[in-house]
Every structure is written in C-alpha cells, then in structure tokens.
Design a binder for this molecule. Structure first.
Ligand SMILES: C[S@@+](CC[C@H](N)C(=O)[O-])C[C@H]1O[C@@H](n2cnc3c(N)ncnc32)[C@H](O)[C@@H]1O
Length: 490
C-alpha cells in the first residue's frame, strides 16, 4: 500500500463494504456457528461450503476471510469499480479472470459499532505455513481482544495507543476519547492504522505517529494509555518479528512501560498493559513487578496464567511458524538454555493497571487469579479503583453486592458447615472463605445498619466480647469492600 492514498479509496471501500452488508453479525449468520467456529480454528472448508451463492457478502467473505481465489466478475460485483485500484494498492492481486487477497479486510464488532480492520493476511489457514515477514502487521488477535476488554471505557480526554499495529485499540479509544494518539515503529502498521481510521469514518482526531514507545509523545500526558506491547520474552538475539519482539531482552519492554507511563499520565489517568513477565527462580513475582511501579500510583496486577519455559518456547516458535522447521530443535534448545542461564523459572501472563490516583496512600494489589472472569472485565477494574477511594469505619453503612452467593461445604446432615465461601457471580468472580461472623455480617449489610451496629448485634448473639469483635472484624470489613463484596451503596 502506498503512503499517498487518495482519500477516496478508504471511503469508496467503505461504501462497498456497507452495500454488501459485510458486518461481523451478517458474516456470522452466513457461516452459521459450526463454520464460524471452524474459521476461528483457521479451518476454511466448512465456511467455503456455506458461501457458494456468489452474493457480494459471500464473495467478500471468501476473498478476505477464507483467502480463496474468487472470479473477477464476482469481485467486480462486490467491489464495484475498485478491483484495479485495490490491486495497485496491494490489497488484492488480479489475474485475467481471478482475484486473490493480499491483505485481510475484516468486519469487527466493537462496543456496539460495526467496524472494518485491514491488516496483513492471517497466516496458517488450513494448516498452511505460519511464516510471516519481520514487518508483519497483526490483525485482531486474542491479545487484541483481551486488551480491548480490559480497557476502561469511561469518557476521557486524550488517550494513547502504544504499539498500535493495525490500529484496533485506537478505533476503540476513539469511541470514548476526545483525541487519540497512536504510535508504532513499523511503517506498514502506521499506514494501515491511518487507513483504518479513515475507512471507519472516525470523527475523533486520531494522530498516528512514528517512533519507539514514548518517544513520539515526549512531554505529553494522557488520561488513558492502553497497550499490548511486543512482550515476547526471549534473549533478543535472533531475527525480530516486530509485532511481538521488542528487541529488548527478557521483560525489559514491560518494565520500561511500567516505569515510564506514570510520567505521561494526567491526575486520575490509567495505564493498562497486557503483558508477559519473568518469574525468577525462588523470587516472588509480585515483589519484582511492584518494584517497577511509581509509588505514587495505584497498582493492580492480575496474573492470569503461569507457563513453564518449555511450553513458552513451544508456543512462540509455533507462532513464528518454526515448528517442524530444519532448525526447530536448535532454536528450542538455545531459547530454553537462555531461560536457564537467566534463572527464569516460569513466565506470567496478565494485566498491569496503573492509576495516577493522587491518593496519600496509593493502593496496590498483585493478585494471582487464573479463573474464569466476566468479560469485558474493565468495569470490575474500575470498581476496584473506586473501592480503594472509600473510607470504611464503624459508622459506614454498607450494602452486599447483589451477585454474591454463599456456598457451604460440610458433611451431609452436619449441623455446622466446615467452610463458608462467599463468591461473586460477576466481574472478577472473586471467592473468599468466611467464618460465621463474617458471613452473617455480609448478609446483614443492607445499607440500613452501620458496621458497628451489626458487629455489636453479632457479638451479642454469639456471646463474644464486643470490643474484641470490632477489633477483629473491622479489617475484614475493609477487605470485603476493597475486594468488592460490600459497597457503599448502589
Ligand atoms: C502485539 S502488537 C499489538 C497491536 C495492536 N495494538 C493490538 O492490540 O492488536 C505490538 C505492536 O507494537 C509495535 N512495536 C514494536 N516495537 C515497538 C516500539 N519500540 N515502539 C512502539 N511500537 C512498537 C509492533 O509494530 C506492533 O504493532
């Protein structure tokens, strides 16, 4: 694709995509669940069987999503007057009677909007080679979706998408920011991101800038930074795939972002990072990550998964299409040896959230939570910060969150359960073991009685010392608020 695209190409392509009703929902309807799921597994045969009618929607699906060659006539009907222009700009390749895609044009449903995203073709369909070039521009990956679901969608002023790729996060940010800056070092990514902004008729100003990490935004501050950086942990000595390799060894890229982001946040601003981090042998991962974070910021880290070095190396060698290649074993050995030399026991995957809260005592929580959560998870992260802003004392009147369920575990017919677990049904779906007093207290929190009154009544009922009950349970009440089991009201 050339840099000096006349504005009309994205607009005319948009008109063709709209006319063909080439949206996420219509494609899903066309394919049906089985073929749609198969395509998500990179298998195209079931979808090819469902798209034989020759309508523009079927042609666009076959051409761009299934990477199937289509008849020139069908392509002309789906993209009226555009096939030659798209060929010149590298979107498609045309021969005498046929057209094949060279870029991916994909419908995307985002925050209630129908969008389209142009990126490089998805490699490895139908078991084909997974190899990509060093400047490959990733389409919408599972990591993109995770970050999109993590990013807090409150209205903000300026936001920053660091490492924009095809611009998918910038498109989301444009929906709730007054201005967006998107940066990348890959010139092809920058061109595609700019194209996608125009293709989607984005009215919010989106400034797409070339440069490494924070260099293009020196001295600027943002209300929200959302980033899915090239976080793959490697020795950084081999060839670099820019979409996943930062060129820095280990997890230095994530450390750099965590250390630098606070200088670019406004008061109250958030930086949300999808990341991988090193877990050194015999060291707490929490201490290491916490040491990177500005002590003036709230820090909320959720470690979602832990992977051993061998599984990690296999994952990323397969991602780069090296599995089964002639030097697969050598690459594998070099990479795991480096992990060993560095004393890396495992790699953590998860979310790092920093907030410049301005609080006298910023809140910090580094949590291991590999369990299923409600998506999008962003409202739960926002609620975590709000809960930290609340002061809880004996006078507080608290309300139990409506989604909390109590589970009891014990022998059948036993008078008392061995354990009581309070479990959230929404958000992070946290669970917490509670004793009789704590469970009864949570149950009694209806916003009418104060914490002091409830603890007093429970001490009376259970024949406990009232002062001691307050001393013992007030910290637990604070934790229950911080963890979202109790709130200060609707
Ligand atoms: C994992 S992709 C994320 C793409 C997109 N934001 C998403 O969420 O799908 C990482 C992006 O960071 C870019 N990148 C790599 N090194 C960079 C650097 N030093 N500064 C800024 N961006 C960089 C890559 O070109 C790539 O587009």
């Amino acid at each position: 694709m050339t840099d000096d695209l006349p504005v009309s190409l994205p607009h005319r392509l948009r008109a063709a995509l709209v006319a063909a009703d080439f949206t996420y929902d219509r494609v899903a309807d066309l394919l049906g669940p089985a073929a749609h799921d198969a395509l998500a597994r990179n298998e195209t045969t079931p979808a090819l069987r469902r798209t034989t009618g020759g309508s523009p929607l079927e042609t666009l699906t076959r051409l761009f999503l299934l990477q199937s060659v289509v008849d020139l006539d069908a392509a002309e009907r789906a993209l009226p007057g555009l096939v030659d222009r798209l060929a010149v700009e590298g979107f498609v390749e045309r021969s005498v009677g046929e057209v094949a895609a060279r870029l991916d044009v994909r419908p995307y449903a985002a925050d209630g909007d129908s969008l389209w995203v142009v990126s490089d073709l998805t490699p490895g369909l139908d078991g084909g080679p997974n190899l990509v070039g060093p400047d490959h521009v990733l389409g919408i990956s599972s990591a993109s979706t995770s970050l999109a679901q993590l990013t807090i969608r409150e209205p903000v002023g300026r936001s920053l998408d660091l490492g924009t790729g095809c611009g998918v996060q910038a498109l989301h940010l444009a929906g709730h920011s007054t201005a967006v800056v998107a940066t990348d070092v890959n010139e092809r990514a920058l061109r595609l991101a700019r194209f996608n902004v125009t293709l989607n008729d984005v009215r919010t100003p989106v400034d797409v800038r070339a440069g490494s990490f924070f260099e293009p935004v020196a001295g600027e501050r943002f209300d929200l930074i959302s980033t899915n950086p090239p976080f793959v942990i490697s020795p950084a000595t081999g060839e670099r795939l820019v979409y996943r390799d930062s060129g820095l060894p280990g997890d230095r890229v994530v450390e750099h972002i965590v250390r630098t982001a606070p200088d670019h946040l406004t008061e109250g601003g958030w930086c949300q990072v999808l990341a991988n981090w090193v877990i050194p042998t015999g060291q707490d991962w929490q201490d290491r990550l916490a040491s990177w974070a500005d002590p003036e910021c709230d820090l909320y880290v959720v470690q979602r998964e832990v992977v051993d070095p061998a599984s990690y190396v296999e994952l990323w060698l397969k991602d780069a299409g090296q599995h089964g290649g002639p030097d697969y074993a050598t690459r594998y050995d070099t990479w795991v040896s480096w992990f060993e030399q560095q004393g890396i026991e495992a790699v953590g995957f998860g979310w790092i959230n920093l907030r410049r809260s301005g609080a006298a005592q910023p809140r910090r929580e580094l949590l291991e939570w590999p369990y299923d959560v409600e998506q999008p998870i962003a409202p739960a992260l926002h609620a975590w910060a709000s809960a930290g802003d609340v002061t809880v004392g004996l006078d507080s009147r608290l309300v139990v969150r409506t989604d909390i369920q109590q589970e009891t575990v014990g022998a059948p017919g036993a008078a008392d359960p061995e354990a009581v677990v309070l479990r959230q049904q929404r958000g992070l779906r946290r669970a917490r073991q509670a004793d009789t007093v704590e469970a009864a207290l949570v149950g009694a929190c209806d916003g009418e009685l104060s914490v002091g009154q409830i603890l007093g009544a429970l001490a009376d009922l259970l024949d406990l010392d009232p002062a001691q009950t307050e001393t013992t349970y007030l910290p637990a009440v604070r934790e229950l608020v911080a963890e979202g089991f109790l709130t200060t009201g609707p």
